[in-house]
Write a protein that binds this ligand. Structure first.
Ligand code: GAL
Length: 445
């Protein structure tokens, strides 16, 4: 618990750092634009057309694979509570929001924000949207709904800047999960690896036994996801955190070791990774075509949707080297400055933060509720184990899913990763990571 607090205080420092960088005022609610009153020349018609139904446009990337089902479950709660508001689902397909976030950026640039959108707690929110004055503070809603009493203390600094709270977290996801096919491991007498070296040995044995794909991988964001877990597994939580607050240089020898591990791990993956979605890659495991996959626990929501049985058709463990650490991310919804349907957006946010909304969404989505007062009996075996780990593990943040780096830093890391995937030059990759930290992160020359 003590070490958890310590790790989180490092994250909190990151937030403070970004606040210092963000020397800008708070987002003020946009004035409501009113249509000019029409001159009253005639008496109003006796029969008036019925008022148009209110609407709320909610933007996310939850379009399939357990994710859409989770969202749908929360929409049911919303429709029940607000039958007079039409829910417009503006989800854009693509895991981790790769497509959705560029569509969102274009809309924000054009001054056409959706009424609420899915964003990640941490630097994506604070160092990107808050920094650009695109969000309204939500302190009033937290006070009105009593959320400060039920949302975890660790999360509040990651959604706050200058004393204001900017989003409503719906869940906690775990990034550092190793999914495996129990039958393949059993058939080859392989124990679930707990260290990176054991993982190499297991994958060597699988290869020797003719398993073509020991580790299933998908498109580039899933490679970044694997990368962040290997960084954590090699460095441990304190040094991992130190990379994000600038106290450990990216050109440190320990990072070299992590990059060597990462390069070697990639040798065990499928050659068609770039053309696979995260669902395609995860499915290779449950279909018996791969032994392992590293993915956040939305994969569990997907396995459930595929009607796969826990323990027999899929197993889980912390990514080797990361036991005792919970690498987290949190999906949260925001209220943009200039929301066209502000009141309806607040209604949506009220459902996102409610016990009922979270207990409908999370058991399907494969995440645990952000709220601490959820009904545990609604959650399956995996999710109950995630709840236990969240309560006792050291907590660190995810890179791929917006916690530890703002968008510009993450983009530079992603570009360097893309080049590395082509040339496999670890020294060049490491130099590029150091440069990225100097230009967009907290490293000073
Ligand atoms: C993450 C998001 C998760 C899940 C995942 C895969 O960024 O936080 O909720 O949607 O992408 O799409």
């Amino acid at each position: 618990m003590k070490s958890k607090k310590l790790a989180m205080s490092v994250l909190a420092l990151l937030v403070v750092f970004s606040i210092l960088l963000t020397a800008c005022g708070q987002a003020a609610p946009a004035p409501a634009t009113e249509a000019p009153a029409a001159p009253q020349t005639e008496a109003p018609a006796a029969t008036e057309a019925p008022a148009a139904k209110k609407q709320v446009e909610v933007f996310s990337w939850w379009t399939g694979g357990g994710e859409a089902a989770g969202l749908d479950a929360m929409i049911v709660v919303f429709n029940k509570k607000y039958p007079d508001i039409e829910f417009i689902n503006a989800a854009v397909a693509g895991g981790a929001g790769t497509n959705a976030r560029s569509v969102l950026a274009t809309r924000l640039q054009a001054g056409d924000p959706p009424d609420s959108w899915q964003g990640h707690a941490g630097q994506e929110l604070i160092g990107t949207y808050v920094k650009a004055n695109q969000l309204e503070p939500l302190n009033f809603l937290f006070e009105q709904e009593g959320w400060l009493k039920v949302m975890p203390e660790t999360l509040i600094p990651l959604i706050s800047a200058n004393g204001n709270i900017y989003s409503v977290p719906v869940n906690i996801h775990r990034a550092n999960v190793l999914w495996y096919n129990p039958a393949i491991l059993e058939a080859n007498k392989i124990a679930v690896p707990t260290t990176i070296d054991e993982w190499f040995k297991a994958m060597d044995a699988l290869k020797a036994a003719g398993v073509e794909t020991p580790l299933a991988l998908g498109e580039q964001w899933t490679v970044m996801h694997l990368f962040e877990t290997v960084l954590l597994g090699t460095l441990g939580p304190e040094k991992y955190n130190a990379l994000w607050d600038g106290t450990l240089a990216w050109n440190d020898a320990e990072v070299t070791k992590a990059l060597d591990n990462f390069k070697k791990i990639l040798e065990y993956t499928n050659s068609d990774a770039a053309s696979l979605t995260w669902q395609d890659a995860a499915q290779l495991v449950v279909n018996g075509d791969a032994a392992f996959n590293v993915m956040g626990d939305w994969a569990e929501g997907y396995f459930k949707e595929l009607k796969k049985a826990p323990r027999t058709e899929f197993g889980w463990a912390p990514v080797p080297g990361t036991a005792g650490t919970f690498q987290f991310l949190s999906d949260s919804f925001v209220l943009p400055v200039g929301a066209k349907n502000r009141d309806a957006a607040i209604a949506w946010l009220t459902v996102c933060g409610s016990k009922e909304g979270q207990d409908a969404f999370n058991p399907v989505k494969g995440s645990i509720p952000a709220r601490s007062d959820a009904d545990k009996t609604l959650y399956d075996e995996y999710l109950q184990s995630a709840m236990d780990d969240w309560a006792k593990d050291i907590v660190v943040g995810s890179l791929t899913h917006g916690v530890v780096a703002n968008d510009s830093w993450k983009t530079e890391i992603n570009d360097a990763l893309g080049i590395f995937l082509t040339d496999k030059d670890t020294a060049k990759f490491q130099a590029a990571l150091q440069t990225a930290c100097e230009s967009s992160g907290p490293c000073s020359k």
